[in-house]
Design a protein around this ligand. Sequence first.
Ligand SMILES: [Zn+2]
Ligand SMILES: [Zn+2]
Length: 339
Amino acid sequence: MSPHPLPVTRFHARDIPIVRIPLEVFPSFYAYAYLLCIGEMRILIDTGSGFGRSNAQLEEGMKTASSLLESPVQLEDLTHILVSHGHIDHFGGLPFLRSRTSARVGIHELDYRTVTNYEERLTLVTHRLSNFLWESGVTPEQHQELLALYRFNKNLFQSTPIDFTFEATGMQFGPIQMFHVPGHCAGQTIFRIHDILLIGDHILSKTTPHMAPESLTHNTGLGHYLTSLTAMQDFIRGASLTLPAHEDPITDLPARIEGIRQHHLLRLEKALTAMETPKTIAEVSYALFRRPKGYDALLALEEAGAHVEYLYQRAKIRIANIEDLENTFEPVPLKYIRM
Ligand SMILES: [Zn+2]
Ligand SMILES: [Zn+2]
């Protein structure tokens, strides 16, 4: 096994130790699980992906955590698992953990089905993604390739039970306060322990969290995301350190939020400029991101789709070829133009 490039690290929220365990969730892509010791409770926030070395690194990380905490803690000791949101790099380790612990598992209501009815959701979203790709104006070859990329690896997970939902707890779990921030994911939840925030994928230190259009999944998309950035102002006030689920800790959260907001406003302006003449979502994605390949091409289309959807919802653009839709019920590439 090659050496792990990221260390297991201990933080403190007053008297509550928080141990950050890095996991290689996909090849060369890292996420963190966080172990919290609160009284007799041993709480894990996020589980890794379950792919590759993720489960083994979680188990190894618990050993390192034991030495940092100066008291042994292993997977079997976990009392609760809180899933920050319904993306596989955060909940994919659940079947492994279920086989090793009797910890009670919680997630937000809006991501509950993603985990408990995984196969149903995969089928439904693949169908919606297929429609989205046709409407985006990709070629039949790209359509086939992108759908295959989307499904790649996804059938390795199986539906797994959840024990409780966050809203049912009153968004409070012992000293952990929770706040729902839909946008990057429908059920994305952030956690506050005294002056420390565990912010999931809602805010990252370097990259702007991925956006996909709400037409694929309700309560995602850029409109919800920007609303969530504003809605959490009271919840985050006075926090001294923010720990995201990827990348580095954030010390100046308000500045990072403003940076992300400006980034999206600029991207919306670029998209509008591209749509001075009629453009498909695929063409807008080329204007924003040049021509990425492989899975990045799918991410670029979703990102462009989220921005086009935001502008369309707010009547900044209109469909230039609506007559193409009038005589067919088949999906048609849509061209958008600035109003
Ligand atoms: Zn995510
Ligand atoms: Zn993630």
